[in-house]
Ligand binder design. Structure first.
Ligand code: VGL
Ligand code: ZN
Length: 241
């Protein structure tokens, strides 16, 4: 394959390169740490002005944390579940939850469903910071995602309810045309971000050896199918370096 040469219409998007998603992290992605040296090398190819990062940055009691609920056996919740809990007078929110059941119902009506995860990316904890191989000052901008109790955000472009972050505007203002995605996890935050990039008019490339999937219940096959259908290209770091 012909090398892709990186110029001033290209941006590196480092999605959730946080220890919380790596070995020993709270939501460890298998081999997640192996992406660090690859991303470190890629950093040199992109000018600082064209490097962006996101962090998953949740408060305790977040809507996506299984610990905000009393049950442990329901990996995905939707409006119908919550209605049923209300009707049967079941206990469902734990004392951690930073939202009440009416707010939860309203939220689920907008996002459709919420997948529950172990606590991860807890704001201001060491594992939620950027991986120590990187400094925030090496990036033009950092987007914190999912920072309010009732908003989850896989994509760095907008939360799961559709509310936009400032990322697309920043990229457009910099005349960026192509986005190169690295980070964790391929089938959630990286993948959703890449698909949104295409929706917002950018070309999107996912650098396979600079990401790893969670692969939860077929999620990796599903995201690759969406990539193929919607024009997200999967490349190797050696196509650039
Ligand atoms: C992520 C699950 C929950 C990710 C974030 O960064 O891919 N996955 N929150
Ligand atoms: Zn999260």
């Amino acid at each position: 394959m012909k090398k892709i040469s990186i110029g001033n219409e290209d941006a590196l998007l480092a999605i959730d390169v946080q220890p919380t998603f790596m070995s020993c992290g709270e939501l460890a992605v298998r081999d997640g740490h192996l992406i660090v040296p690859v991303i470190r090398r890629l950093m040199d190819v992109f000018d600082k002005k064209r490097r962006y990062a996101s962090k998953d940055w949740h408060p305790k009691g977040h809507v996506s944390f299984a610990s905000s609920y009393v049950f442990t056996d329901t990996p995905v919740i939707a409006v119908a579940d919550v209605r049923q809990w209300i009707e049967t007078n079941a206990a469902y929110l734990s004392c951690n939850a930073r939202f009440n059941v009416f707010e939860l119902l309203q939220y689920l009506a907008v996002v459709g469903e919420q997948r529950l995860w172990p606590e991860h990316g807890v704001a201001d904890t060491p594992t939620a910071r950027l991986h120590p191989a990187f400094k925030e000052s090496e990036f033009k901008a950092i987007i914190n995602k999912g920072a309010s109790p009732l908003a989850d955000s896989y994509s760095a472009f907008r939360d799961n309810g559709g509310e936009a972050t400032k990322l697309a505007a920043l990229l457009h203002a910099d005349d960026i045309k192509r986005c190169f995605f690295v980070g964790l996890a391929e089938d959630f935050c990286v993948g959703w971000s890449a698909l949104d990039a295409v929706k917002m008019g950018f070309m999107a490339y996912v650098i396979e050896d600079a990401t790893r999937p969670v692969d939860w219940n077929g999620s990796q096959a599903a995201i690759r199918k969406s990539f193929a259908e919607r024009g997200v290209k999967v490349i190797q770091s050696t196509d650039i370096l």
